[in-house]
Design a binder for this molecule. Structure first.
Ligand SMILES: Cc1ncc(COP(=O)(O)O)c(C=O)c1O
Length: 376
């Protein structure tokens, strides 16, 4: 149905959500006909418990973490809230680059300085940790940014934080399925993942937390997930999450296609076609690109009419587009932040899709640049 409706439409909004992979769809359809509650003692309950355990082990293996650390949640937002609110932290340090589910979770937090390439200042982190060394402190940093794709040096962040006795949580929602990473090697204390950014279902994710973290459940009432998250497990979604990790391909091949697209556009429009964090390590699938003078909402509508789904920075749940706090913190420039769009690709994207996108970008740029300069 959707495929028919969107036949010639190119989807480049994977960082908002990715199309469900057909292999995952198949697995989930089977799982939806399972009956048992994983907490029931009878045969059908035991079978559901087995399916959840299998998925837990598959996900644990993929992220290189003890499966017992995994607490299934209804997505990344819930897991982020659990990490920040589930412990009585005396002090929280985060970056201004965080997703709202981190940024808005605590009542107060200290913000780290970031450079013009979207990387956090490690010296600032060290200074802030030194000042807070007597407190039970959490450092929470987004591992790969949803708007720019910038990947933070997580191992270095953890090693600095641990020197001062602080705990570290990484929001790895955008890393999952896009870039290899290891929970164990990074030495993290907690990490958030979600299924729907690379080919799994929406509404399921997990907080990965070492047993030494004194977490109190936010959702209470049942003993599920070792008393850390009450509620009957969503067996089909959890199974779909594990299946997505097993079935979606590596996305490294997207990196040169994005590079080519950026170079092509910049060769045409010059330095005005600013790419956010172009010099930083980035996800293979993400480009955050400025079309000067044109508000990103206008661009999103124009690309939609041309047959492309892209987004204006982060997807806004209210449908309202605002100036991105994340982009502003990187460039301190409202004009750039207002006219930046995000192109994010994934398992279904072809090389031709990105070539075609670059051609369309140039066409719209030419049309608008002559007629609407000074619009902003
Ligand atoms: C970096 C990041 N963290 C957390 C989330 C929230 O995840 P979910 O949509 O599974 O609640 C998102 C989704 O946009 C995200 O991009």
């Amino acid at each position: 149905m959707v495929q028919q409706f969107c036949k010639d439409y190119v989807y480049l909004d994977y960082n908002a959500t990715a199309p469900l992979h057909p292999a995952v769809h198949e697995v989930m359809i089977d799982l939806l006909s399972e009956t048992g509650n994983p907490s029931s003692i009878h045969k059908l309950g035991r079978r559901s418990r087995y399916l959840v355990t299998q998925a837990r082990h598959g996900i644990g293996q993929y992220i290189d973490a003890d499966p017992e650390y995994i607490i299934f949640t209804a997505g990344g937002s819930e897991a982020n809230n659990l990490a920040l609110q589930g412990v009585n932290w005396e002090h929280i340090i985060m970056s201004p680059l965080e997703h709202d589910s981190i940024y808005k979770a605590p009542l107060s937090a200290e913000l780290l300085a970031v450079d013009d390439q979207g990387l956090i200042h490690l010296s600032d982190l060290e200074a802030k940790l030194q000042a807070a060394r007597d407190k039970k402190t959490l450092v929470s940093v987004i591992w790969a940014n949803n708007e720019t794709g910038v990947i933070q040096p997580m191992e270095e962040i953890v090693s600095i934080a641990h020197k001062y006795g602080a705990y570290v949580h990484a929001d790895a929602v955008q890393m999952m399925g896009k870039k290899e990473f290891s929970f164990s090697k990074s030495m993290l204390d907690m990490m958030t993942v979600s299924a729907h950014k690379f080919g799994g279902p929406q509404g399921v994710g997990a907080l990965v937390a070492k047993e030494s973290i004194p977490l109190t459940a936010l959702i209470r009432g049942g003993g599920q997930e070792k008393n850390r998250r009450a509620g009957t497990e969503n067996v089909a979604a959890i199974g779909g999450f594990a299946a997505a990790l097993a079935h979606t391909p590596s996305l490294e091949h997207l990196y040169p296609w994005h590079q080519e697209m950026e170079e092509d556009i910049q060769a045409f429009a010059g330095h005005e076609a600013y790419v956010f964090s172009q010099k930083s390590p980035r996800l293979p699938n993400t480009t955050c690109l400025v079309m000067p003078y044109i508000p990103n909402a206008t661009q999103v509508m124009n690309f939609d009419l041309e047959g492309f789904a892209i987004s204006a920075g982060s997807a806004c749940s209210s449908g309202r587009v605002q100036v991105s706090r994340v982009l502003k913190s990187i460039v301190q420039d409202d004009l750039k932040a207002i006219s930046a769009i995000r192109i994010s690709s994934g398992w279904k994207t072809t090389h031709q899709d990105l070539i075609h996108f670059a051609e369309t970008w140039k066409k719209l740029y030419q049309r608008h640049a002559s007629s609407q300069k000074g619009l902003l």
